[in-house]
Ligand binder design. Structure first.
Ligand code: PEP
Ligand code: MG
Length: 315
């Protein structure tokens, strides 16, 4: 048979004309961090901390958390690591962070909302992150999942600052956060758009249902319009905004996102090489052109087709 040529990732991301885009890895635990380093990743854009504790019935202690986070920060010494506070609920319930049964867990007490039920979980986790960050040289940024309002943003950023964590931001994965980005970004230092949840909530289509895959598609122009609004809001406040959902790993869609103005893309480490090479094949003007075309499309299929026409290099 034919041997597949494998692209190698050298750590950088830039368009042909030198517009840089941070390319970062999504990881879930220390083992994932080591794999990402081996694959050439030069930083982490999404550390899903809940993956360290999926099998736990009781909350992890402060010391246990410090151990896990230190291993990840050490693997990425000298690099940026965006760590996300626990995101329990719906597709990844944590037994120690589940509060009664809910009719609609995806719309329930999940992500940052768990502070209403168990504020000590956030407090302990931020303490652990601050402690681990102090003893390692990684550039640690912290963000919360499922932020929907200005009040939640303020509450989270205040909590981070109380723990001495100055680089504090939010995930934008609810339509409300994207629509309110200009206000949220007056408070948060950065944002990371989670296109997996943003798509499920924009289209009202459960991301776990394979039968709704056509709706659960980040190429849906409605999703791209929310991303556009989120980026404009962040830019108006002079804040960086990345994408850490699966959309960032699709080379053609990555060009659209860069054209919309996102400043970083985070994905599973094995996708970094392909996204990096797609970026290097086009200039920024072409990214902006494909972004305009995708935004103006009337369907996901049309958006895909328009971008394919405009970037023949990708096929
Ligand atoms: C997202 O929702 O896009 C995201 C990155 O978070 P998760 O997939 O962990 O919900
Ligand atoms: Mg999410």
């Amino acid at each position: 048979g034919q041997t597949e040529s494998r692209r190698v990732f050298h750590g950088g991301g830039a368009t042909k004309d030198g517009h840089t885009v941070e390319l970062l890895a999504n990881i879930g635990d220390p083992a994932g961090a080591r794999e990402a380093v081996a694959a050439g990743a030069k930083g982490v854009g999404l550390f899903r901390t809940e993956f360290c504790f999926l099998d736990r019935r009781t909350p992890p202690s402060l010391e246990e958390q410090v151990d896990h986070y230190s291993l990840v920060f050490t693997a990425f010494a000298g690099c940026k690591v965006v760590i996300r506070t626990l995101d329990s609920g719906a597709d990844k319930p944590l037994p120690f962070m589940t509060f009664g049964s809910e009719e609609n867990p995806a719309l329930g007490v999940r992500g940052f909302r768990s502070v209403r039920e168990a504020p000590e979980l956030l407090d302990t986790q931020l303490q652990a992150i601050a402690t681990a960050a102090q003893s390692c040289s990684a550039d640690v940024w912290v963000m919360a999942p499922m932020i929907a309002t200005v009040d939640e943003t303020q509450e989270f950023i205040d909590a981070c600052h109380r723990h001495g964590l100055s680089q504090a931001g939010i995930m934008m994965e609810t339509p409300s956060s994207a629509l309110m980005a200009e206000h949220l970004m007056a408070i948060a230092e950065f944002a990371s758009i989670g296109t997996n949840d943003l798509t499920q909530y924009a289209l009202a289509a459960d991301r776990m249902l394979g039968s709704l895959a056509e709706l659960n598609d980040p190429w849906q122009p409605a999703v791209l319009r929310l991303v556009d609004t989120a980026v404009k809001g962040a830019r108006a406040q002079g804040r960086p905004v990345g994408v850490c959902g699966e959309a960032a790993a699709q080379p053609a869609l990555a060009l659209v996102l860069v054209g919309l103005g996102v400043t970083s893309l985070s994905m599973s480490a094995r996708s970094l090489a392909d996204v990096s090479s797609a970026l290097g094949a086009v200039d920024m003007a072409r990214c902006e052109q494909v972004a305009r075309a995708a935004l103006a499309a009337s369907s996901a299929a049309e958006a895909r087709a328009r971008v394919r026409e405009l970037v023949p290099e990708l096929t």
